[in-house]
Ligand binder design. Structure first.
Ligand SMILES: Cc1cc2nc3c(=O)[nH]c(=O)nc-3n(C[C@H](O)[C@H](O)[C@H](O)COP(=O)(O)O)c2cc1C
Length: 321
C-alpha cells in the first residue's frame, strides 16, 4: 500500500504467517532499496515488492483539462495555505527500480496498473524472482499470461485505493472480487483475491471459490505498524462515511471515503495519471498536517467499517481464526 505501508508492517504480517508486501510505488529506487533492507533486518521471510507500471503520457492531449482541474484545486489549496503541485508526468522511476531488483533479487515482484515489457518479466525470472500482475478482468489476465506471469492478483471493485485497471482511460468495471477471481481461474495460475475483505468469512469464501491466497489492504491501514496519517485512521474508525470511487485525487480511479474533496473536485478530474496525483499532493499533505480529513485521500475499501486498530498480527489473526 503505497503511502501507507512500511517495512515494519510488511514484516509483522510475514512473521504472523502472511506475506507482507513492500509498496515501491512513489518511492525512488534508493528508497525502495532502503525499505527492502529494513524489511530484511526485521524478518527472515520472503520479500515481495509491488511496482507501478509506467503509464501512457497524456499530458499534451489533456493539457487544457489538466489546467482547468488545477484552477479548480487552487481555491481548496489556498485554504490550507498552499498551491496545487506541478502536474508532471513521470514513470515512477520504473527502469531504475527494475535494475535494482534484478541486481539484488527478491522472491516476488508484482506489477500494478498494466503491462510491462516482456523483457522486464524475463529479467526478473533470470534473477530467480516470481512475477505477478494485478488484473481486474479476464482480458487483462490473459495479457498477463502472455507476458509470462507466474501468478495473478485478481482485484475486485470493492478494493480500497487505486483500481488496477490496465488502461488508464477505462472506467473500471463493477465486478466483485469473487467474480474477477472466477473469471481468471481457468488460466491455471495461482490467484490472490483482493478487495473488500472485512472478516474471516470473506477470506473463507474467496478460498472456497479457488483463491490461492487473499490480499487485504484497508484493514491494515489502522495497524500500529502502518504510517497512515491520524485523520485518515480516525475517518476509518469514526462515524461511518461512504466509500466512493473517484479520480479527483490522482487521475486514476480509486476507492476512498467521501469527503469535501471528492464532492468538489470530481467534475474537472481527467484520466491523466500521475499528473493529477502530483497536482493534489501538496493539498493532501497540508490537510494531513492540519489534521483535516476533508482534503485528504482517505483510501478505503468497502469493508472499512470492520477496521479495528491494533498490531498487524492481531488484525491478521482475526481474519484467520
Ligand atoms: C492506502 C492504499 C494503498 C494502496 N496501494 C497500493 C499499491 O501501492 N499497489 C497495489 O498494487 N495496490 C495498492 N492498493 C490496493 C491493494 O493492493 C488491494 O487491492 C486493496 O487494498 C484490497 O482491498 P481492501 O482495501 O478492501 O482490502 C492500495 C490500497 C490502499 C487502501
Amino acid at each position: 500500500m503505497a503511502g501507507a505501508s512500511t517495512p515494519a508492517l510488511a514484516a509483522a504480517v510475514t512473521d504472523a504467517g502472511g506475506l507482507g508486501f513492500l509498496a515501491a510505488g512513489y518511492l525512488t529506487a534508493d528508497a525502495m532499496g532502503a525499505e527492502i533492507a529494513a524489511y530484511r533486518a526485521l524478518t527472515g521471510g520472503p520479500v515481495a515488492v509491488n511496482l507501478f507500471t509506467p503509464q501512457t503520457d497524456r499530458s499534451a492531449e489533456l493539457a487544457d483539462r489538466i489546467t482547468a482541474h488545477r484552477a479548480a484545486l487552487s481555491e481548496t489549496a489556498s485554504r490550507y495555505g498552499t498551491t496545487p503541485g506541478r502536474p508532471r508526468f513521470d514513470d515512477d522511476a520504473f527502469a531504475e527500480k527494475l535494475t535494482r531488483l534484478v541486481a539484488d533479487p527478491v522472491e516476488l515482484v508484482t506489477f500494478t496498473f498494466g503491462p510491462v515489457p516482456r523483457s522486464a518479466v524475463e529479467a526478473l525470472h533470470s534473477a530467480g524472482t516470481a512475477v505477478g500482475f494485478t488484473v481486474t478482468s479476464a482480458h487483462e489476465a490473459r495479457e498477463a499470461v502472455v507476458l509470462g506471469a507466474d501468478l495473478l492478483v485478481a482485484q475486485g471493485a470493492t478494493a480500497g485505493g487505486h483500481r488496477g485497471t490496465w488502461h488508464l482511460a477505462d472506467k473500471p468495471n463493477d465486478d466483485a472480487t469473487v467474480e474477477v477471481l472466477r473469471a481468471v481461474l481457468d488460466l491455471g495460475l495461482p490467484v490472490i483475491a483482493s478487495g473488500g475483505v472485512a472478516e474471516s468469512a470473506d477470506v473463507d469464501r474467496l478460498v472456497e471459490a479457488g483463491a490461492a491466497a487473499v490480499a487485504v489492504g484497508t484493514l491494515f491501514l489502522v495497524a500500529e505498524e502502518s504510517k497512515t496519517p491520524l485523520p485518515h485512521r480516525e475517518a476509518l474508525t469514526g462515524p461511518p462515511r461512504e466509500a466512493v470511487v473517484t479520480r479527483a485525487f490522482s487521475g486514476r480511479w480509486a476507492r476512498a471515503l467521501a469527503n469535501e474533496f471528492t464532492r468538489t473536485h470530481e467534475a474537472t478530474a481527467v484520466a491523466a495519471y500521475p499528473n493529477l496525483h502530483h497536482l493534489s499532493r501538496p493539498i493532501r499533505t497540508a490537510a494531513a498536517q492540519a489534521g483535516d480529513p476533508e482534503a485528504m485521500a482517505l483510501w478505503a475499501g468497502a469493508g472499512h467499517r470492520s477496521a479495528l486498530s491494533g498490531p498487524a498480527a492481531e488484525i491478521l489473526a482475526r481474519l484467520t481464526p
